[in-house]
Design a protein around this ligand. Structure first.
Ligand SMILES: Nc1ncnc2c1ncn2[C@@H]1O[C@H](COP(=O)(O)OP(=O)(O)O)[C@@H](O)[C@H]1O
Ligand SMILES: [Mg+2]
Length: 471
C-alpha cells in the first residue's frame, strides 16, 4: 500500500519536471526577453527536488518491503527446520531435507507472488491517471453560460492587498450584465479572473464546473473577449479571424458581413500590418467582434470596447451583440452608461468590492445608490434618458413572452383558458419546469415562493378541471 502511494507520488512529481523543461525550451526566447532565466531555473530546481525526494522514498520503501519479506521467509524456514528438533527426534533425515527444500521453494513463490501483486497495483496507477483524463468537460461545455463567483479574492502580487475582495454573485445563462465603476475599481480584473490570468482565491464556476480544475487553454478558448486594446497580428485577415484555420471561408465572410467590414477589405488574404495599423481603432474592434462571432462561444466579455470608437460604430457593435449574441452570456465593462442601461443586471464595483448588483431600473430607485449618483453625474438630459432606457427595459422584461417552457404557466394564468390548462398540464414536463424556474430566478427565495404558489395553484386547478373534462 505504502509502495503504491510512493509510486503515485513519484509519477505525479515526474510530469512537472518534463512539462517544465519542454515549456522552457519552447519559450526560450520569451524567457530571455523577460530576463526570467533565474526564476525559471529556480522553478525547475524545485520541481526536480520534489521528484528526487519522491524517487528516493520509492527506492527506500521498495528496499524495506523486500527486507521484511526476507525476514518472513527466514522465520518460516527456521520454524519448519527447528520444529523437527522440538517435536520429534526420530524423523527420517530425508524427510527433513524434503521439508526444508519445499519450504524454500514456497518462500520463493510467496516472494514472487507478493512482488507481482505489488507490481500490478503499481502499474494500475497509470490506468488511474488515464482515467483522470476522462473527467475533462464535454466538448460542448459550456452549454448554458452560467457564471458563479464564490468568495473570490484576487491579488496581482502576493504581498499586496487584494484588488478584488470577496466577490459573490451569479450570472444566469444568456443574461447581459454591465459592469461599472471608477477607474481602478477592478472591472478589468473581473475579466482577468474569468480567464484565470492571475492566481486567485475562491471559486469561479462556469456551468457548475470549477474553472480551476480545467486546463487553461480549454477554459480560455471557450470565452470570447473584445479587449480594450484590440490585438491584431501582422498576418492575413484570415489568420487574424481564424488563427487555427478551423472554419471555412463562408463563415469568415458571413462574420465580416455582420460587422459591415466586407466592403472595407479586398479579400481574406488582405494583409494586416503590425498592430493593425492599416485599420482604424473602430475597425480593429470590429475585426475582434467578427472573431468572436466566428468562435460562437457561449460567453462574451467586452472590456470598454466602445471607449475609442465613433457613435455609429458603437451603435453597430451594440446592435450586432444584441442580435448575434442573444443566446450568450455577455459581460460588458461599460465606458458609456447608455450601453448597459438596458442590461439584465448591472454590477457596480468600488475599490474591488461589489457594492450593487441588480436590474438597473431597481438600482435607480435608490437615490443614495452608487448607480443613481453615477447617472446623475452625466448631466440632467443624459440622466433622464438613462432613467427612461432602464425603465423601458424593465417593462419589457416583465412582459410575458410566449413560446418556451418557462412561460407556459404565466401564459396559462394570463390567457385563463381552462381547456388549455388541462391539456397543457398533462403534456408538461413538471420537473423541467421546476428546474427552469429554479435556475432562472437566481435562487431568489421570494420569487421562487411566489412561483411555487402559482405552480401549486395551477396544478390544483388543472386536477379539478381534468376531473370535469375527462368523461
Ligand atoms: N497587472 C497588474 N499588476 C498589478 N496591479 C494591477 C494590474 N492590473 C491592475 N492592477 C491594479 O488593480 C486595480 C484594479 O485595476 P483594473 O481592474 O484594471 O481597474 P478598472 O478596469 O476598473 O479600471 C488597480 O488599482 C490597478 O492598479
Ligand atoms: Mg479597465
Amino acid at each position: 500500500m505504502v509502495d503504491k502511494v510512493q509510486v503515485k507520488d513519484e509519477l505525479f512529481s515526474r510530469s512537472p519536471v518534463f512539462s517544465h523543461l519542454s515549456a522552457s525550451l519552447n519559450g526560450l526566447s520569451t524567457i530571455r526577453v523577460a530576463e526570467a532565466q533565474e526564476m525559471v531555473s529556480k522553478e525547475f530546481d524545485s520541481h526536480q527536488d520534489l521528484h528526487t525526494s519522491a524517487w528516493f522514498l520509492l527506492l527506500e520503501t521498495s528496499t524495506a518491503f523486500g527486507f521484511w519479506l526476507d525476514c518472513i521467509s527466514v522465520t518460516f524456514t527456521a520454524v519448519v527446520s527447528l520444529s523437527f528438533l522440538v517435536l520429534k527426534s526420530d524423523t527420517f533425515g530425508g524427510n527433513v531435507g524434503l521439508a526444508i527444500s519445499q519450504s524454500l521453494i514456497l518462500n520463493g513463490m510467496l516472494q514472487h507472488g507478493v512482488r507481482l501483486t505489488a507490481e500490478v497495483v503499481n502499474q494500475m496507477t497509470s490506468v488511474e491517471r488515464v482515467l483522470e483524463y476522462t473527467k475533462v468537460p464535454p466538448s460542448g461545455w459550456p452549454a448554458k453560460g452560467m457564471i458563479q463567483f464564490e468568495h473570490m479574492n484576487l491579488k496581482y502580487c502576493p504581498t499586496d492587498p487584494p484588488v478584488l475582495r470577496d466577490l459573490n454573485f451569479s450570472i444566469q445563462p444568456s443574461q447581459k450584465v454591465g459592469i461599472v465603476g471608477r477607474t481602478g475599481a477592478g472591472k478589468s480584473s473581473i475579466i482577468s479572473a474569468l480567464f484565470r490570468l492571475v492566481k486567485l482565491e475562491g471559486t469561479i464556476r462556469i456551468d457548475n464546473m470549477d474553472t480551476a480544475k480545467l486546463g487553461l487553454s480549454h477554459l480560455r478558448s471557450r470565452i470570447s473577449i473584445i479587449p480594450q486594446e484590440p490585438v491584431l497580428f501582422s498576418a492575413t485577415l484570415r489568420d487574424n479571424l481564424d488563427p487555427f484555420h478551423e472554419y471555412p471561408d463562408a463563415v469568415l465572410w458571413s462574420a465580416l458581413e455582420d460587422v459591415e467590414l466586407k466592403e472595407a477589405v479586398t479579400g481574406l488574404d488582405f494583409f494586416v500590418n503590425e498592430g493593425g495599423s492599416n485599420f482604424s481603432a473602430g475597425q480593429r474592434q470590429l475585426v475582434c467582434l467578427a472573431r468572436a462571432i466566428i468562435r460562437n462561444n457561449r460567453i462574451l466579455a467586452l472590456d470598454e470596447a466602445t471607449a475609442n470608437v465613433d457613435p455609429q460604430t458603437d451603435a453597430l457593435i451594440q446592435r450586432t451583440i444584441r442580435t448575434k449574441f442573444q443566446q450568450c452570456t455577455v459581460l460588458t465593462i461599460a465606458h458609456r452608461l447608455n450601453t448597459i442601461m438596458d442590461s439584465d443586471k448591472v454590477l457596480v464595483m468600488e475599490a474591488g468590492i461589489m457594492v450593487e448588483y441588480d436590474h438597473p431600473h431597481i438600482l435607480l430607485q435608490n437615490k443614495q445608490g452608487h448607480l443613481y449618483k453615477m447617472v446623475q453625474e452625466t448631466g440632467k438630459a443624459m440622466a433622464e434618458q438613462l432613467h427612461k432606457v432602464a425603465e423601458e427595459a424593465s417593462i419589457q422584461e416583465k412582459q410575458p413572452h410566449t413560446g418556451c417552457d418557462r412561460c407556459v404557466i404565466p401564459r396559462l394564468l394570463v390567457q385563463w383558458n381552462c381547456m388549455q390548462i388541462g391539456a397543457l398540464w398533462n403534456t408538461l414536463d413538471k420537473s423541467k419546469v421546476l428546474t427552469v424556474y429554479y435556475a432562472d430566478f437566481g435562487y431568489s427565495v421570494d420569487k421562487l415562493v411566489s412561483y411555487m404558489t402559482n405552480l401549486i395553484f395551477c396544478s390544483s386547478l388543472a386536477t379539478v378541471l381534468s376531473a370535469y373534462i375527462t368523461p
